[in-house]
Write a protein that binds this ligand. Structure first.
Ligand code: GLU
Length: 493
């Protein structure tokens, strides 16, 4: 199927040399939202020409992260080896013939030339230029046909370089940054194809963006400086240039470049740490884009409806783990309990807690208000799964109680709960409050001892719901157990 010329086609073009970081994920998301908003195509292209650093493992990880975020592509790899779509293959190393053909065309039209300079020679000249305080640019000596002839005669294998214009300037019209001008004197005659036939990044990108009919190149700011070079390649090929939009870099709240020392940066780490993909997508969308400067929570559909490049700003975006975690908490609280239960199941299983569906259904609402990350669930709920609790007896005294007072609280608590008619939250709470009053105790003190007895923790889900979920029998068992533990602290006389 060949699409009409002007339809929106955008691409995300990762190099499979590492993990997908939040910065890359944000670029992918902006492309995806733009495509979905315009009913266009989102293309995934794998830029694997760096053979030393590209790995299948990295590609697998990137695909998995994109899948987790729900950024499905219309064309591109379906797995590490195969792809779909009318303009494939979508792996650059499978497209070498296309770059060579284009390189040959530019050679034939005298817009490019063979360069016979060896890496060693180039290095020496670069160093000499730097020593003279000059920019270390290629000195264009292979533009001279006589020189080329002589070097070719030595049997050297040539690279292909583009002949850049010597004067004037190249103007990048950027949808985020408006007009950015670059003097052509700064553009060197860059290598398009290396002597081994592998294209350089700038050449491969242009050939592929053309072949894949990309309408808008939305990518990271770090590529802005490459754009005049790419524009020159489009012009040498006599082709129309796409629209460009360079999105800002991500900074940490301390305004330094976001890095590992600020916390997780790879998407899979967030998945593992208990973030929800939809919260992640919502948060990433707000890194440099806004709808109205105040709304923060958007469904995926709303993001698709509202997203546009007009409200993408050029200034750096701040990535705050704290803000993301807050947003994740909002998403967790907004889930239907049965949806949350479904998300919690694998997390609990990973922690070797294997709830049956009834237990899961009962514990989910108890923690829904309390957790900001799914990964907090095991530590808050493990006591549901343990046959006997393992905690320091001193925890039972945590509200400043003496052992005798704690014992008194446990005994009276047990007595009261034994006779509670219906063992549900609505009955347990008033019964225990009445007990505290009868004992002339601050309710918090009584609840504190009982909480430790029932959960083994001083911080746990709400007490009455927890008791109801555990059931009368287990609650009484645990109070009995707490009394035994306490015995080690109570003076015997
Ligand atoms: N492979 C490039 C990167 O990972 C993509 C650059 C582009 O989008 O043109 O940065």
């Amino acid at each position: 199927m060949i699409l009409p010329e002007r339809s929106v086609r955008v691409r995300f073009a990762p190099s499979p040399t590492g993990e997908l970081h939040v910065g890359g994920a944000r670029t992918a998301l902006f492309n995806w939202l733009f495509a979905r908003h315009h009913n266009g195509a989102f293309i995934l292209r794998i830029e694997d020409t760096d053979q030393m650093r590209s790995t299948e493992e990295s590609l697998g990880g990137i695909l998995k992260s994109l899948h987790w975020l729900g950024l499905d592509c219309d064309e591109g790899p379906v797995d590490e080896k195969s792809d779909k779509g009318p303009y494939g293959p979508y792996f650059q190393m499978k497209r070498l013939h296309l770059y060579r053909e284009a390189g040959q065309r530019l050679l034939d039209e005298n817009k490019a030339y063979h360069c016979y300079c060896t890496p060693q020679e180039l290095k020496e000249r670069r160093e000499a230029a730097l020593a003279r305080g000059e920019p270390p640019r290629y000195d264009r000596r292979c533009r001279d046909p006589e020189y080329r002839k002589a070097k070719a005669a030595e049997g050297r294998k040539p690279a292909v370089r583009i002949a850049m214009p010597l004067g004037g300037e190249t103007i990048v019209q950027d949808l985020v940054r408006d007009e950015v001008r670059f003097p052509n004197s700064e553009l060197e005659d860059l290598v398009l194809l290396r002597a081994n036939g592998i294209p350089t990044y700038n050449f491969a990108v242009v050939i592929d963006d053309l072949a894949m009919k990309i309408s808008h190149v939305i990518r990271a700011e770090e590529h802005l400086a490459n754009t005049p070079k790419q524009i020159q390649i489009y012009q040498a090929l006599g082709e129309e240039i796409p629209e460009f939009a360079h999105v800002s870099i991500l900074l940490a709240p301390d305004r330094t470049k976001l890095s590992k020392r600020h916390g997780a940066v790879a998407v899979h780490e967030f998945a593992r740490a208990g973030y929800l993909a939809e919260a992640m997508v919502n948060y990433l969308a707000l890194l440099g884009w806004s709808y109205d400067d105040k709304t923060e929570i958007f469904t995926r559909e709303e993001l698709i409806n509202y997203f546009g490049l007009a409200r993408v700003v050029a200034s750096p975006a701040i990535f705050s783990h704290e803000k993301l975690t807050w947003m994740n908490g909002v998403y967790i609280r907004n889930l239907k309990p049965e949806e949350l239960a479904e998300r919690l199941l694998p997390v609990l299983r990973d922690a070797k807690l294997d709830p049956d569906s009834d237990t899961l259904r009962r514990i989910t609402p108890l923690i829904q208000e309390r957790i900001k990350l799914l990964s907090e669930a095991p530590a808050l709920t493990d006591f549901f799964f343990q046959a006997s609790l393992d905690y320091e007896p001193r925890l039972l005294l945590s509200k400043g109680l003496t052992p005798t007072q704690a014992e008194q609280a446990l005994r009276q608590g047990r007595e009261t709960l034994e006779t509670t008619q219906s063992f549900d939250e609505a009955h347990i709470e008033p019964t225990l409050r009445a007990l505290a009053q009868k004992m002339d105790w601050e309710a918090g003190k009584l609840f504190g001892v009982l909480r430790v007895a029932v959960t083994g923790k001083t911080v746990a889900p709400p007490l009455f719901g927890t008791m109801a979920s555990l059931g009368k029998e287990r609650v009484l068992e645990r109070i009995e157990f707490a009394l035994q533990k306490l015995a080690s602290l109570v003076p015997t006389n």
